[in-house]
Ligand binder design. Structure first.
Ligand code: TTP
Ligand code: CA
Ligand code: CA
Length: 623
């Protein structure tokens, strides 16, 4: 750290002061009003959020499919690379970084499964012997299906909890409401405000129980830091349980039950984290893996976060985190705590309030089911060798059509009225901007590969025209504007719920379907590595290194882009919250020395729709 630099030293607050102030909201007063309110949302002092992540997920899916023992050392391969490694295989020192050849050297008994692929002429993905990137296309359908089963277990077991799928193998679960109901059941004396309560509903709750029986197989992240080399439990008696700890303890019971159900009925072991918000739940979930469950009590937040590399925090891992690290020469959360809010905002814009809060263990993003997730479906293929003849297109379009057909029909099993309004074809050279063309997709009762392929072929023909020579490095076929409607209804417009506000993306579908090169990328509804945000109207693109990490093929991208979209939504949400005027007194009291965390200062408020100049750029187009 270059603390000595005179220009930089002026931005550091006194270390001492930082320690005292930074985590000031760990033991908020909880009143009867808090306990009895149902709509405090992210300001709820009793808020408890879990994140559940499946262990070595793709490997587990293949183990279950093949009915192998849990001890089998197994890897999932995509071409020559590994995309998932079971925990028994990790014992041999095998990691995702290895090539299959090296992994087999490390463990001669290794079971290796190549991810399923679509093959020309086959309607369904399968496990073939002659896998070749020139003729096959990766299918993640099995993992998507298993993922949906896990989500269904959560939904069934927790009808009044909010569940948000965060990626193919993880979900955030807001347990606040079910936990609140349980608290009232277990501590019935809290159900009514005592007639002699001095401040009525605003009277603090009586003291919580002196000891909590933390459920089995739960790891409590320690409140006090371990001395060098000494991990033995410390005396934490100066931190008696709070009502929030009671809430966490009950949340842990719910989580244990759900994870057990997933393991018993589906065969998947999972790891979970529980804390007061999403960012902290996500961090805690990776503390004990596999098959672990960690709880981060509020009192444990400071010593857990301070020494941590701040780039481990959700959203701070990418370009934004790197920009902070470079700007302030910081690496740990403790380092970054010494950067004042004014300094941060002057360099990174008003919204960096949100980073300022994250490193202080505050995350105001909501757990919300993302329905936009199902608004589009896409299948894509990066070709190992570009297509150079127009006549070579249809064979790939058929492969993509088979995948889309399968996925649409599968989705229609649970949502029979689901129908896409539009079909689009994108053609790209490498990762350059794509050319695309779209057309309305007419309603038919039964969708078949032939119907989808012929719609795709028509677009291909229109795009490549009579040209004999073409140069196409990647193809993508997509359905967009999927909506619900009455089965058998002919009028496509009738399929869409009135409640969905028309986004710019929807509106663009009314424009002529032909798109021209260059503009195509920014006006098309989907592209494999990006999406257009309906709020800030920006095309949000995955960084190219992520595109590469997700495999040699574009398949994994759909998931990653969905996650990116969810994160981007959260980003807007966090911004909204930061800009919203405070409506109650349950949040942390604003400190006079810096702008309120709820942004009362209207001068600081941005106009809706105004493009963000600050940290938003770190979530945008690479470059
Ligand atoms: P992860 O949850 O990151 O990893 P994992 O489930 O394999 O292992 P862990 O127990 O450590 O959580 O990713 C979930 C699945 O996503 C993984 O099984 C395979 C896929 N994936 C890729 O295809 N490419 C990648 O680079 C990563 C990180 C994951
Ligand atoms: Ca996982
Ligand atoms: Ca994961």
């Amino acid at each position: 750290m270059s603390l000595a630099s005179p220009t930089k030293s002026s931005i550091w607050k006194g270390k001492e002061k930082a320690m005292d102030e930074d985590y000031a909201d760990l033991r908020p007063v909880i009143t009867y009003r808090h306990l009895h309110s149902h709509n405090l949302g992210v300001r709820d002092p009793l808020r408890v959020v879990g994140l559940c992540d499946s262990d070595a997920f793709y490997a587990a899916c293949e183990r279950v499919r093949l009915n192998l023992s849990e001890d089998a050392p197994l890897v999932v391969q995509q071409w020559e690379s590994l995309i998932a490694v079971s925990y028994p295989a990790r014992k041999y020192g095998i990691s995702r970084m290895d090539k299959i050849k090296d992994a087999k050297k490390k463990c001669p008994d290794l079971v290796s499964v190549h991810v399923a692929t679509y093959k020309e002429g086959e309607k369904e993905p399968g496990y073939w012997d002659d896998i070749d990137t020139r003729t096959h296309k990766v299918s993640l359908d099995l993992y998507r299906r298993e993922s949906a089963k896990i989500m269904n277990v959560f939904k069934e077991m927790l009808p009044n909890g909010e569940i948000e799928k965060a990626s193919i193998d993880e979900a955030f679960i807001d347990l606040t409401q079910p936990v609140r109901d349980t608290i009232l059941e277990r501590y019935p004396y809290l159900a009514n405000i005592p007639p002699n309560a001095p401040q009525g509903a605003d009277t603090p709750l009586p003291s919580p129980p002196l000891e909590l029986d933390w459920a089995d197989k739960v790891h409590l992240i320690p409140i006090l830091p371990s001395d060098d080399g000494d991990d033995s439990p410390k005396d934490e008696s100066e931190f008696p349980p709070t009502w929030h700890d009671v809430a966490l303890c009950i949340a842990a019971e719910f989580m244990t039950k759900m994870r057990k159900q997933v393991l018993d009925t589906l065969g998947y072991s999972t790891s979970a984290g529980l804390a007061r918000n999403k960012a902290l739940a996500k961090l805690s979930a990776s503390v004990r893996k596999p098959n672990g469950q960690s709880i981060l009590r509020n009192d444990a937040i400071p010593n857990y976060l301070r020494p941590m590399a701040f780039q481990k925090i959700r959203f701070l891992g990418g370009k934004l985190g790197k920009a902070f690290a470079d700007e302030y020469d910081v690496s740990s959360v403790g380092d970054i705590l010494t950067v004042s809010l004014d300094e941060m905002q002057s360099k990174f814009g008003e919204e960096s309030l949100w980073v300022y809060e994250l490193v202080r263990g505050i995350d105001r993003s909501e757990v919300k089911e993302k329905t936009a997730y199902f608004k589009s479906m896409l299948a894509s293929k990066n070709l190992p060798k570009p297509i150079t003849k127009s006549s070579e297109g249809p064979q790939w379009i058929r492969v993509l059509a088979a995948e889309l057909t399968l996925r649409l029909n599968e989705a229609r099993e649970t949502m029979p009225s689901l129908w896409p309004k539009t079909i689009a074809l994108h053609l790209r050279k490498g990762y350059e901007a794509s050319r695309s063309k779209q057309a309305p997709f007419p309603f038919v009762k039964e969708v078949t590969v032939d119907i989808v392929a012929s719609a795709g072929n028509k677009l291909w023909k229109e795009m490549t025209g009579n040209a004999k020579d073409v140069n196409v490095g990647a193809l993508q076929l997509s359905f967009s504007n999927l909506g619900r409607g009455e089965v058998g209804q002919k009028n496509i417009d009738g399929f869409f719920q009135q409640s969905t506000k028309r986004s710019r993306e929807d509106a663009e579908d009314d424009q002529p379907s032909d798109t021209i090169q260059g503009r195509a990328s920014s006006s098309s509804p989907q592209s494999p590595s990006s999406f257009v945000c309906s709020r800030c109207k920006k095309r949000i693109e995955l960084p190219i290194h992520v595109v590469e990490i997700r495999g040699h093929d574009a398949e994994g991208l759909a998931e990653t882009v969905a996650a990116l979209r969810a994160e981007h939504d959260d980003f807007h949400f966090a911004q909204d919250l930061a800009n919203a005027p405070e409506t109650d007194q349950t949040g942390p009291a604003p400190k006079p020395s810096k702008p309120s965390s709820t942004g009362r200062d209207t001068k600081r408020r941005k106009k809706a729709g105004e493009p963000s100049k600050g940290i938003a750029r770190y979530f945008n187009k690479a470059g």
